[in-house]
Ligand binder design. Structure first.
Ligand code: GLY
Length: 288
């Protein structure tokens, strides 16, 4: 089977001066994850790898470069789901891990729990050999400048990946630093299975981005997947989900989707959403 892959780098009002950096970051992550899929790698490994690369890239609001909360600290959320096994892992409000998506994967692999938060999640980091990072190393000069000046525009993006592998399996992953100046302890949709992330081989897989509180209330990822029933085109399902979302919340979001046949789609109702996907043999990146 031919693989499929789509990445997002967040929806909202991105700073135009970082458009080239966003484009470059998405291209690098897409190329690496695509090559894994082409060589027969699993959808799960591909989405984790893509999100790890985006977490390392200070252009995006995930891992290094994450938004800073009200107290001047980075607290990150991430989740992933395997559409083949229905296994999932998620972390909320973690402060000491460079790759929250690796921690989410490790929780999933351990099998006992789905969702760990705060200090308990950080204890899991220490006991499962996941690389730690000093909290101050997650803070970039750009984010610190924004925080000092309470500058809310030019929000960098949450990151997400959805993949369909050569065996026909789906996976989705999402990672974020959350909202700028958020309340300490706030956890958004990117940590919540069904809201920011969902995958089911029988229907499709989704990663969402946007205003987390509204995405949680509408369980946007699961809602989008449900709208794929009956073979609905993924872009159509994504648009329909965003229509419901807007009607119910008057808020902004975007979703990337792959259905059970490997067809790719996306939609958003924000001023912009960064995405990378393939159309035929060409890589398409929208990052302005
Ligand atoms: N969608 C990212 C967040 O609200 O945390």
């Amino acid at each position: 089977m031919r693989p499929s892959l789509i990445l997002h780098g967040g929806a909202g009002s991105p700073a135009p001066e970082f458009s080239a950096d966003r484009r470059h970051g998405l291209q690098r992550a897409f190329t690496a994850a695509w090559s894994m899929l082409e060589q027969g790698g699993s959808a799960l490994d591909a989405v984790v790898h893509a999100v790890m690369l985006l977490e390392n890239d200070p252009t995006f609001n995930a891992g290094i470069g994450s938004c800073i909360n009200r107290d001047g600290i980075v607290e990150m959320d991430a989740s992933l789901m395997d559409g083949a096994t229905f296994h999932a892992g998620a972390v909320g409000a973690v402060r000491t891990v460079q790759h929250p998506i690796l921690l989410a994967q490790s929780i999933m692999q351990a099998g006992q729990h789905v969702f760990l938060v705060g200090s308990g999640a950080e204890e899991f980091v220490r006991t499962h050999g996941i690389p730690e990072i000093a909290p101050e190393q997650l803070i970039t000069e750009r984010q610190h400048r924004r925080w000092r000046s309470a500058q809310t525009h030019g929000e960098p993006g949450t990151v997400g990946a959805v993949a369909f592998d050569t065996a026909g399996h789906l996976a989705a992953a999402t990672s974020t630093g959350g909202l700028f100046n958020k309340h300490p302890g706030r956890v958004g949709d990117s940590a919540v299975i069904g809201a920011g992330t969902y995958a089911d081989d029988a229907l499709g897989a989704v990663s969402a981005t946007g205003v987390g509180e509204a995405i949680i209330r509408t369980t946007l990822a699961r809602t989008t997947v449900e709208l794929l029933r009956g073979g609905v085109d993924p872009t159509q399902a994504a648009r329909q989900a965003l229509t419901i979302f807007r009607q119910r919340t008057a808020s902004e979001a975007g979703v990337i989707v792959i259905d059970a046949l490997g067809r790719v789609g996306y939609a958003h109702n924000a001023s912009a959403m960064s995405v990378a996907y393939r159309r035929g043999d060409a890589l398409v990146i929208e990052a302005d």
